[in-house]
Design a protein around this ligand. Structure first.
Ligand code: NDP
Length: 297
């Protein structure tokens, strides 16, 4: 029987576990605070930011929000980040990407205080993760690790294949999988758009993480029997639904579920975990900054 990996349920457990930690911090006058910064009028970015604010409210994290005119000079964004770095009520800072073309994204990421970089994209935090001394693990791969842990998926000695090499998903995922620590120790292959024979690699995977952003590019014929399939892809495709579209993954679920041992659905798999791990990182940041120990889920 193929196990359907329930990201909604695991994310709910994590949020529940965080609530206790947040109350403990609040009792110590250190309620966690997350600042979101939006310099875009893209509706998808607006939606992501408002979801993050709502998530914070639900668990008792204070959310601070700054909107910057997308035509404003880059300096305005950098000044905003500098102000948030200095604000003791703000424990985590998230600048919603993408920023407008005239703003250097890497410069923005470098401007965030690494101790408040709850996305884990600052070069210092990337370096620490690669060196096996992670501070903030990026939310999506961290959430995937939590799913693997919850479902007792063995990564040690496993063949892991990550499809995609982005800075936010593919590269950090592969890095976590090769770490000499629990939920790592996998023999890890990273595939991308220049990979010559993708299926030859995916068929070897005991653990497959698909993060290419190409709808249903991986079907059941490309999987090893019994594999754990983690579908990160969120692709909006036209459909005869009320909204006129539906969200589908990078994996063709129907054919894959007959071959896989365990599989994440889209939606309801990795997405809720990404959201939960942002809250997790914010709570952890607050506990570090206030020097108050809390148990994290
Ligand atoms: P990017 O576009 O930044 O990266 C996509 C990666 O996939 C690139 O490395 C690219 O290769 C590779 N790729 C593209 N086409 C192919 C192909 N045909 N064969 C093999 N590799 C290919 O995307 P992200 O990493 O930001 O996101 C990936 C997907 O995950 C998207 O659908 C996104 O919406 C979703 N996502 C979901 C999240 C969640 O919480 N569930 C969170 C973040 C993202 P190359 O480097 O050569 O261009």
């Amino acid at each position: 029987m193929t196990e359907v990996i329930d990201g909604n349920a695991v994310a709910a457990d994590i949020r529940e576990g965080l609530t206790d930690a947040i109350e403990r911090l609040a009792d110590a006058d250190a309620r966690p605070g997350l600042a979101t910064v939006l310099m875009s009028d893209d509706p998808a970015s607006e939606t992501y930011v408002s979801m993050k604010q709502r998530d914070c409210e639900e668990v008792g994290i204070t959310s601070h929000h700054v909107e910057i005119d997308p035509d404003a000079p880059a300096a305005e964004l950098l000044d905003t980040v500098a102000g948030l770095n200095d604000d003791p009520d703000v424990n985590g800072i998230l600048v919603q990407m993408p920023v407008p073309d005239h703003v250097d994204e890497r410069r923005v990421l470098r401007a965030i205080d690494p101790a408040k970089d709850v996305d884990g994209f600052h070069p210092e935090n990337v370096g620490r993760m690669v060196a096996g001394n992670a501070r903030f693990k990026p939310c999506t791969p961290h959430g995937i690790q939590k799913l693997l842990e919850h479902y007792d998926v063995e990564t040690e000695g496993a063949e892991a294949v990550v499809v995609g090499r982005s800075d936010i998903v593919g590269k950090p995922m592969a890095n976590l999988l090769i770490q000499k620590e629990p939920l790592g120790n996998a023999t890890t292959t990273v595939c991308h758009s220049r990979t010559a024979d993708l299926a030859a690699h995916t068929r070897e995977a005991d653990v497959l993480v698909a993060a290419a952003g190409v709808p249903e590019m991986i079907d059941g014929s490309m999987l090893k029997g019994g594999a754990t399939v983690i579908d990160v892809g969120i692709n909006r495709v036209d459909a005869d639904t009320e909204k006129g579209y539906e969200l589908i993954g990078d994996v063709e679920y129907e054919s894959a579920k007959d071959v896989a041992g365990a599989i994440t659905p889209v939606p309801g798999g990795v997405g809720p975990m990404t959201r939960a791990m942002l809250l997790y990182n914010t709570v952890w940041a607050a506990s570090e900054q206030a020097n108050v120990d809390v148990d994290l889920p």
